[in-house]
Write a protein that binds this ligand. Structure first.
Ligand SMILES: [Mn+2]
Length: 276
């Protein structure tokens, strides 16, 4: 089964998958714009049944494939505006938006749109990189500044980072000062509670490059696949209203292992947000 291309009707589906093929600020290796198409193609290669969550995404999960949003190249601000506007209509209609990047900057308009509908939103951020620079290469809008831009409107006590292992001294000082880097997912779940709306952003380079080489800025010392799934499963009780998956750059890994891993994580994420 291909994830995307389902014939279901959007009105009957709680979850909407949407591709955002944008890599306009990728500063090292790019190609993240090709991820949604490659994920569609390779989702055929995995089972629809998840033994971990005991769900079959074909029969047990109602998700709608809204395909990709066509975005302009060379105009970052315009692309971000379009993503925000597009995402807002799904949040306003009560859907859980599952955004497929694209580079990590797409998370800024997605969280902005989500926050406009859910003002008490919390954000969980899984990544190798802190993404807390104020500017990167002179730019305020970058994959390396995305979380800092989100903190322009989201209070730091509603921001929870996991597995960060790379950043500047200033970024690590920021995380220490504001206590944004968390170690225990269960404590975060207790803190947030079961009713408060939550958005989860997953940068795939959170995985070790040995498990996920197909990404633009690989960072050694990462977690393995099972640790990621185990961590995500702890968030099952939360009221997840949005989730994104970013930074797969399929052409960097011609073994296709990274794309298949992406497909499996997306399937398991459906288990995490199932029924909410
Ligand atoms: Mn990253």
């Amino acid at each position: 089964m291909r994830f995307m291309g389902s014939k279901k009707n959007i009105e009957n589906c709680k979850i909407v998958l949407r591709g955002y093929p944008f890599d306009g600020t990728a500063s090292f290796k790019s190609g993240q714009r090709f991820a949604p198409a490659d994920i569609r193609l390779n989702s055929e290669g995995i089972e629809t049944y998840s033994p971990f969550f005991d769900i079959d995404i074909e029969s047990d999960i109602d998700f709608f494939d809204a395909k990709d949003l066509s975005l302009p190249f060379g105009n970052t601000e315009k692309a971000l505006e379009m993503i925000e506007e597009d995402a807002k209509k799904y949040f306003e209609s009560g859907h859980i938006l599952f955004g497929i990047g694209g580079e990590h900057l797409i998370t800024l308009p997605l969280v902005k749109a989500c926050h406009s509908v859910y003002p008490d939103l919390h954000l969980i951020h899984l990544d190798a990189h802190a993404d807390l620079r104020d500017k990167y290469l002179g730019e305020k809008l970058s994959h390396a500044t995305v979380m800092r831009r989100i903190l322009d409107f989201l209070p730091t006590d509603r921001f929870h980072q996991f597995f960060i292992r790379s950043g500047t001294k200033e970024e690590f000082e920021f995380m220490r000062k504001n206590k944004t880097l968390k170690r225990n997912p269960e404590n975060t779940v207790k803190l947030i509670g079961k009713k408060t709306p939550v958005y989860i952003s997953i940068d795939m380079d959170v995985l070790d490059p040995s498990a996920f080489p197909g990404t633009g800025t690989p960072e050694p010392g990462g977690i393995d696949f099972n640790t990621l799934i185990d961590t995500l499963s702890r968030f099952k009780e939360l009221n997840i209203v949005g989730i994104d998956f970013t930074e797969l750059s399929p052409d960097i890994d011609n073994t296709v292992i990274s794309t298949i891993t992406a497909c499996k994580i997306i399937r398991e994420c459906m288990g995490v947000i199932n029924g909410k």
